[in-house]
Design a protein around this ligand. Sequence first.
Ligand SMILES: *Cc1c(COP(=O)(O)O)cnc(C)c1O
Length: 398
Amino acid sequence: MPTDFDATRALFDLPERVIYLDGNSLGPLPRAAAARVAHAMTEEWGKMVITGWNRAGWMAMPSRIGDRIGRLIGAEPGHVVLGDTLSIKVYQALASALEMVPDRRVILSDTGNFPTDLYMAEGLCRTLGQGHELRTVAPEDVLEAIDGSVAVLMLTEVDYRTGRRHDMAALTRRAHEAGALTVWDLAHSAGAFAVDVAGTGADFAVGCTYKYLNSGPGGPAFIYVAPRHADRARPALSGWLGHEEPFAFDLAYRPARGVERMRVGTPPVLQMAALDAALDVWEGVDMADLRARSLELQDRFIEGVEAACPALTLATPRDPARRGSQVSFRHAEGYAIMQALIAHGVIGDFRAPDILRFGFTPLYLRPVDVDKAVAVLAEVMDSRAWDRAEYRTRARVT
Ligand SMILES: *Cc1c(COP(=O)(O)O)cnc(C)c1O
């Protein structure tokens, strides 16, 4: 049965008179999440207090819900766990991977990667103090740059600014041929299109849940460790909940079996309750339908904007195979234009220095919304509505 996108849209509590093109940055509220969190608060926390860890299954949530995400990213069952933030999961995955390639010192990434991934890598290199080096090349040069010096290839599949998508299978294959391991950041992939971590042979993968998976601001991150490494990878953050027997309260650390060892400390129960409800939306969704609809929305937007707004330059690849689920345009006044657009009811976001970013999320976005967004953008550009001092004042979050 084809996916009913009108039905999925009805599952979201979308703000009125707003066209939301920023679900790639923060997904909107799924209706069921509010009720689920309220239930977790009053019925679980309120009535069970500490017994909720067992009676409400709080302690098992990171792996139970991790598995639900695992289905969306093509992971083998039992190999995804939730917790912490994505920055921390990047650090953990990278630290484990580096230790598994002890004779090499290079982390290869690209200049389009999200800064926190690069910062975490730099910080880890310094902490290790063994001469590790972060090497970044242009995204299009990554394949050629994989050589025998690379210990770990650390990439984000979809570029947060341009929306350019790497060929995960080809790059993973090349990395393995060169004797390197891979850490894939799926921040802009999980929930955006079907990912196949098992099929592509990814060694480690990490991602966040508050973007396309709609868990709400500050929702926990996830980490995948390939089954062949899961009992071997040493967790750099050896927290008590990644211990084989946390409640034995041993003085010595012994890692848990499998991906459970990537847990660190007490998990965010209320946020996981929101995520669990948000994942129910995916039950009737066919990922091939999702991808087809996402590309249809993107193409419609690109065509409309290029026809109506010649001053904006497309920053996203035209080839659909090289795109994620967002479309970006460049303009020197991008920040002011985006502020004006938001003031006119179309929410996207801006990424320095000049990128206007728009996310396309078929679960709640229709072709008619895309047409309206194009019309509003054209109006903002034609009337120069953006050319006002108030739209140039940078807020803390852009
Ligand atoms: C959104 C995003 C992050 C955010 O990391 P947090 O620790 O959740 O703040 C990290 N990396 C990439 C590639 C992202 O897109």
